[in-house]
Write a protein that binds this ligand. Structure first.
Ligand SMILES: [Fe+2]
Ligand SMILES: [Fe+2]
Length: 187
């Protein structure tokens, strides 16, 4: 399984642009963390890129992500990546054991918060977005109210990183794909 094949799966199952962008964001952050931990960025990237591929066809926790797993298996996605994807959702009961699994959980919800903060800025860009802007919005529970702050805190804790260092790294990693995310101030 290479990135092109994984992207083809995403394009086949996901038509919603924001959902595609969410997975591209998580992919970029996973690649960054893999490099940081001297792990395999291609493998970690695939887990990020595919983790919500079935959300459009399985838009509830009754089905997502567990019913997506057999589809990924039939497409030849390696088992550690499938297990990682299953473990990003607490309700599957699959415990997060590996660093890759902890990283995926830690990167999922927080990319949504950072995207929301970037979108309300006049520049609509990640390039000039700083941690303190995120900090400010973090404290306002009405801002991006659907973003679960507790889950973000738990994710960073499980991964063993300090929350605001984590957020800084995620902003940096997302900047690298800002144009694909529509967050380069041009789109
Ligand atoms: Fe998910
Ligand atoms: Fe997600």
């Amino acid at each position: 399984m290479d990135r092109e094949q994984a992207l083809a799966i995403v394009h086949e199952y996901v038509q919603n642009l924001n959902l595609r962008r969410h997975m591209l964001a998580v992919e970029a952050v996973m690649r960054n963390y893999a490099q940081f931990y001297k792990e395999n960025p291609d493998e970690w990237g695939l887990a990020g890129l595919l983790h919500d591929f079935d959300w459009e066809v399985h838009p509830s926790l009754e089905q997502h992500p567990q019913d997506g797993a057999p589809i990924l298996r039939s497409r030849g996605v390696p088992e550690p990546i499938i297990r990682c994807i299953l473990s990003h959702a607490d309700h599957t009961g699959i415990p997060r054991r590996t660093l890759m699994e902890r990283a995926l959980f830690a990167c999922d919800e927080v990319t949504g918060l950072i995207t929301a903060v970037a979108l309300v800025r006049p520049s609509r860009s990640l390039q000039d977005l700083e941690v303190r802007s995120v900090r400010k919005k973090w404290k306002n529970p009405r801002f991006a109210a659907n973003v679960d702050r507790d889950e973000i805190v738990r994710g960073a804790h499980e991964l063993g990183v300090e929350l605001w260092d984590h957020i800084e790294r995620i902003i940096y990693a997302m900047r690298g794909v800002a144009s694909e995310l529509g967050l380069d101030g041009e789109s």
